[in-house]
Design a protein around this ligand. Sequence first.
Ligand code: MG
Length: 383
Amino acid sequence: MIARCAATDANSRGRRYAEPVHPYRNGFQRDRDRVLHSSAFRRLVYKTQVFVNHEGDLYRSRLTHSLEVAQIGRTVAGRLGLNQDLVEAICLAHDLGHTPFGHSGQDALNRCMRPWGGFEHNLQSLRVVEELEERYLAFPGLNLSFETREGILKHCSLAHARELGELGERFLSRLQPGLEAQLANLADEIAYNNHDVDDGLRAGLLTVEELAGVSLFRRHYDAVRRMRSRPSRRVLIHETVRRMINEVVTDLIEATAANIEAAAPASIEEVRERSRPLVRFSPEVAARHRELKLFLRQHLYRHERVLAMNRQARRVIAALFQRFMNDLRAMPAEHAARAVAWGQARGEAGRARAVADYVAGMTDRYAVAAYRRLVDPRLEWGN
Ligand code: MG
């Protein structure tokens, strides 16, 4: 299967700052490598996905989550004839803008930044690759291709879209992104829905009995349990989750191939102009996947232990933000200098943005250490 509307170097809209062609790597391979070598990527290892770092070494972090997303994305792209390098670049970069402590960190930072345009992790991922990474003499950020940046910006508010130029356009005119970006988005969902089942069971926040109410889980769980070999609980769960991923990935490939064949888009532009994404599950599997997602929202993301951690995380982020706004010099010199410069150019909004960039870039443990040093040494946090 070769999709005619896969991204290639030839049909790419290119980079903001023109660069000479590399002798043996294509444009999207270079994008992927730039993401992989960025400091923001390395920090993902100490950032929370759902479970905070100290709860155990076996839980997903943002880094391992991103690797799982990339693996699923590459597999589907390979089968559909889409650009695997582009999908991989988007997947590896998609969470670069996440704050410490997962979504609670982003909620807290968004609240702090409300007077100055708010904080959105998607937009922050884009800021990381466009501005905050400092690695090149010739340009700020990583100078990634348009298609990679388009994929990183999964969604954003209309107010922000208006400020984003060509990248914001599709949100204003309700266009779709390219197929690789559509795929990366679903690979993300597949990865977290399934690995959160695994992590939730491991943590004892979910039980197999509760999960048996979810059709996607139940069918595979029952099938594995009926096998004669009588697997241990660990194998039983891993077999089940593996089969769940296989079911949704296979469905995604088949449904998408059928969509592409029926729509027969002649170019990426035609893909963009469609009212719905072409990369999607069949209606039945979409419903099953949604059921799992709602289950996790109710039972895992709103579990009292997760909520308690979230409350504490929000306090840490809000207090750090305030502390730095009150005294820019409490930040490391380069961040303080940036806040002063942006403050001179854009007033309080500039200062606040520099503080938000600094706080957002922290890892969980760095944020906890900063809180203990600058706000309250008695903070109890893990061990
Ligand atoms: Mg993600």
